[in-house]
Design a protein around this ligand. Structure first.
Ligand code: GDP
Ligand code: MG
Length: 441
């Protein structure tokens, strides 16, 4: 995997403060291979590598991360970023029905998606109507009816009088039907061809003009690999779309199409289809796709570990502060929060100089305690937090009122803070804090 290969690249690097240009070139080579293996289009790979190189050059190698982890973190963040950060939600019409039109090549999974989307929306309390505008394939209408039945939603199919052989006519009557039956969402299934085709594009564009959709979803088979870019571009030019749905992600495609399409069209990927059954469907998760493209199932775990190391780094900075005796109530609070967050991995904390003692000092403090402590500290002025000695009786009454605590709870907190600080500096004096170890960040 990429992580193994990067680890090899960096096997000699430990301890250096910054990646050298040679390291970065070697890294870029490995990332490039991983992306090409995942079927990311070449121009997209180039742009991406350039961005990664720039970030890697600027980044310090943190004391808490090894360089391979550092680069993976950067690559992952950048990938997630390009893939869209947070998932975009469907835009609903102010005046129902909301019209969602599906477009894409034949076999991409449009009709199946119509059923999946209908089931999903129905589960959220909507009343979708499926409209069969694929009059190209002999069985297309029946297929949509079957899918509609499975999803438990109504299907509008062409009949004599509402436009047999005329997809635009069917689309229009479908919308009218939805209005009269109070369906709040209309999903318009359309025809596809095996390849990009002018007549097909024209038909899709005509349907679009007739129904004025709120969303046009471009349905893309993740298995088509490098062809994804041309297909997406053709649909972007010919029909336009507001969202992308990737299908057949249950196959072994690494998903590079996602990155290519997103980068080239700028349109967000909204849903992912992962099987033939209607339930095999979910909103799109950029983080999962990033890990898939990099070919690292353990990516998220790795990043999490990286994050924990960062926290460890913070704890170290804190230890240095303690040694210097400029420990404030803000630091005290931060320390408590950190210990709470690290709860399940308290072992790691125990290994850190200083932090172990801090944990002991706070033994028996539970989450509710920490919340109350936070409330009290947040009711103090910045001056009081920095120099708790000024917290006299009248200030304590004010703080208690502000935080909803009792005065004796405020007293207890202030006492505990001074005790902890005294203990910290005594420890520091006895053992010395190696926490002064320099960190690059
Ligand atoms: P359309 O021509 O775009 O309407 O595509 P269909 O919905 O008819 O799907 C074409 C084929 O792909 C059918 O056999 C579907 O069962 C299958 N299919 C659709 N989505 C998926 C998916 O996410 N995973 C898998 N494995 N098969 C899918
Ligand atoms: Mg179809």
């Amino acid at each position: 995997t990429l992580s193994d290969r990067l680890a090899t690249v960096f096997s000699t690097l430990r301890g250096k403060g910054r990646l050298t240009p040679a390291d970065i070139d070697a890294t870029a080579r490995e990332i490039r291979i991983a992306l090409l293996e995942a079927d990311v289009a070449l121009p997209v790979v180039r742009t991406f590598i350039a961005a990664i190189k720039e970030r890697a050059t600027a980044a310090d190698v943190s004391a808490a991360l090894n360089p391979a982890q550092q680069v993976i973190k950067i690559v992952n963040e950048e990938l997630v970023d390009i893939l869209g950060g947070e998932t975009r939600r469907l835009v609903f019409a102010k005046n129902p029905p909301t019209v969602i039109m599906l477009a894409g090549l034949q076999g991409a999974g449009k009709t199946t998606l119509a059923g999946k989307l209908a089931l999903w929306l129905r589960g959220q309390g909507h009343a979708p109507l499926l409209v069969a505008c694929d009059l190209q394939r002999p069985n297309a209408v029946t297929q949509l009816q079957v899918v509609g039945e499975q999803a438990g939603v109504a299907v509008f199919a062409p009949e004599p009088g509402n436009g047999v052989g005329d997809p635009v006519g069917v689309a229009k009557s479908g919308i009218e039907f939805a209005k009269s039956k109070l369906h709040d969402i209309v999903i318009v299934d359309t025809a596809g061809r095996l390849g990009v085709d002018a007549e097909l594009m024209q038909q899709a564009a005509d349907i679009r003009d007739a129904v004025d959709p709120n969303e046009i979803l471009f349905v893309l088979d993740a298995m088509i690999g490098q062809d994804a870019v041309n297909t997406a571009q053709a649909f972007a030019d010919g029909v336009g779309f507001t969202g992308v749905v990737l299908t057949k992600l249950d196959g072994d495609a690494r998903g590079g199409a996602a990155l290519s399409v997103r980068q080239i069209t700028g349109v967000p990927i909204m849903f992912a289809s992962t099987g033939e059954k209607l339930a095999d469907f979910d909103t799109f998760h950029p983080d999962r796709m990033a890990s898939r493209i990099l070919g690292m199932g353990d990516m998220l775990t790795l990043i999490e570990q990286a994050e924990q190391h960062f926290e460890a780094d913070q704890a170290e900075e804190m230890a240095a502060k303690l040694a210097g005796n400029d420990f404030t109530l803000d630091d005290f609070l931060q320390q408590m929060m950190m210990i709470r967050k690290m709860g399940p991995i308290g072992g790691l904390l125990g290994m850190l100089p200083g932090a172990g003692q801090m944990k002991e000092a706070l033994a028996g403090v539970d989450d509710r305690d920490i919340d109350r402590t936070a409330a009290i500290i947040q009711s103090m002025t910045p001056g009081e937090r920095k120099d708790p000695k000024i917290i006299n009786a009248s200030r304590r009454v004010r703080i208690a009122k502000g935080s909803g605590a009792t005065v004796s709870q405020v007293n207890a907190l202030v006492d505990r803070f001074f005790e902890a600080r005294k203990m910290m500096s005594a420890m520091a004096g006895r053992f010395g804090f190696p926490g002064a170890r320099t960190s690059n960040r």
